[in-house]
Design a protein around this ligand. Structure first.
Ligand code: ATP
Ligand code: MG
Length: 421
């Protein structure tokens, strides 16, 4: 026997048994975004490496060590997208979209990062993200947070909101100097990663996960104490909006997010049900990015959520989203009934599109087909034998719980199913 071929570590199959949960998640998120006036868009999985290195920033975990990058035959450097914002911004500029006024879009797709695989952290994973272009007011920051809050409620997820502000780019540069000075004075306490970041991106030292640096970081100057007036107003407007929406939050001064492009508002939603991979959604404002990527200056903000992490939480709950559709198993006996069963299934499904009908394909006898019906986890068996066919009837047998088998006239079948399903 030849050696078995296996999937790449950290890149998962979506098994048929798990796909209904994923479809329900996609559908719920899709409906929610559309109902808030966001339009779906999609960008290629592969882009020029520069799309990401320029947007995300050279001195970030993603660009430094997590991207799948290669040279194609023409010598161009290409990369599998590690996140969605860079591509969407590239698309917006390429098609001149911000010129058409405020743009609200969302996307849904695979992302790729070369990380150490563990629960909730994979090398291919899925994000749904939203981006808004052309609004600088904190009202949109609040709307995005409010949409995600509604989503957790729809999915029955408990998550807490952390927010922070990174200030305007001016106040951020002044703060950067302060941080640089502070960490330079305490160089002996920095780990290797942080030493490297000291001169290039001292803000990133703040979200180091190294426990040994925890107390040093908590003593570092805080952005929130060094905001200019514009940033102070923006942040207090956001807090007002959140208060009036009754969305509880905590201000976490250490929240800087892993990507370079953020300014003003940043936020994360954290679930307690996932251990250390608890962040299910992160977002923030990136007013400078469109210009940095070659477009006209355009304020912008977005979020991205990790679908694997959300699916891990929702999987263990028996809530609305986990409810499967009513399921019928069609048992047909004899050649004529087999033909009729396919026709009838088609008729029933066009009238009742939200149910599932499994047509038996083993062509066995009654006992054999009923065994399969029981195993299929269907709610009812539809039984069409020669006698039923002759009398224009169909038997319906409940497969779960009580209730007797019933004979129904074929012309009344849809009406009957509507009543019992
Ligand atoms: P983390 O701190 O967990 O590495 P991040 O800051 O790198 O997260 P973002 O780039 O903000 O993550 O991505 C948004 C969301 O995408 C995260 O909150 C998370 O839910 C999900 N996500 C990020 N990386 C992964 C991954 N490797 N596997 C699965 N989900 C991920
Ligand atoms: Mg990460």
């Amino acid at each position: 026997m030849s050696k078995k071929i296996q999937a790449i570590r950290g890149m998962n199959d979506l098994l048929p048994s798990e796909s209904s949960l994923w479809s329900a998640l996609d559908e719920t998120i899709n409906n929610l975004m559309v109902s808030y006036g966001y339009k779906y868009c999609s960008t290629p999985i592969v882009e020029s490496t520069e799309t990401f290195s320029r947007a995300i920033g050279e001195v970030t975990d993603i660009v430094e060590k997590e991207m799948y990058t290669w040279k194609d035959t023409s010598g161009d450097s290409l990369t599998l997208r590690p996140e969605g914002t860079a591509g969407v911004v590239r698309m917006m500029i390429e098609h001149n979209l911000p010129r058409e006024g405020i743009q609200k879009v969302f996307y849904n797709g695979s992302m790729f990062r070369h990380e150490r695989p563990q629960k909730g952290r994979y090398r291919q994973f899925h994000q749904v993200g939203a981006e808004v272009f052309g609004v600088s007011d904190a009202k949109i920051d609040a709307e995005l947070i409010s949409i995600t809050d509604s989503l957790w409620k729809l999915l029955g997820i408990n998550a807490s909101l952390e927010i922070n502000t990174l200030g305007s780019s001016e106040s951020r540069s002044a703060y950067r100097e302060l941080l640089h000075d502070f960490f330079s004075e305490n160089k002996d306490q920095l780990d290797e990663d942080s030493l490297r970041r000291l001169d290039t991106n001292p803000l990133r030292i703040l979200d180091s996960k190294n426990k040994k640096m925890e107390s040093l970081i908590s003593n570092a100057p805080k952005m929130i104490d060094h905001l200019d007036d514009e940033s102070k107003i923006h942040f207090s407007m956001l807090r007002n909006y959140l208060d009036s929406l009754e969305i509880p939050f905590t201000v976490n001064p250490k929240l800087v997010r892993g990507l370079d492009y953020y300014n003003q508002t940043v936020f994360e939603w954290i679930s307690n049900d996932l251990g250390s991979q608890g962040t299910i959604c992160g977002g923030g404002r990136y007013d400078g990015l469109v210009e940095k990527m070659g477009g006209n200056p355009t304020p912008a903000i977005g979020f991205a959520m990790g679908i694997e992490r959300i699916a891990l939480i929702v999987k263990d709950q028996s809530n609305q989203i986990n409810k499967t559709k009513p399921h019928l198993y069609f048992v047909a006996l004899g050649e004529k009934s087999q033909i009729e069963s396919i026709k009838l299934s088609k008729k029933i499904l066009s009238a009742l599109p939200n149910i599932i009908i499994t047509n038996d394909m083993s062509m066995g006898g009654l006992k054999n087909q009923m065994k399969k019906a029981d195993k299929s986890n269907a709610d009812f068996a539809l039984i069409l034998g020669e006698e039923e066919l002759l009398n224009n009837q169909l038997s319906i047998k409940p497969l779960k719980g009580q209730g007797a088998q019933q004979l129904i006239k074929l012309e009344g079948i849809i009406h009957h199913l509507e009543e019992i399903l």
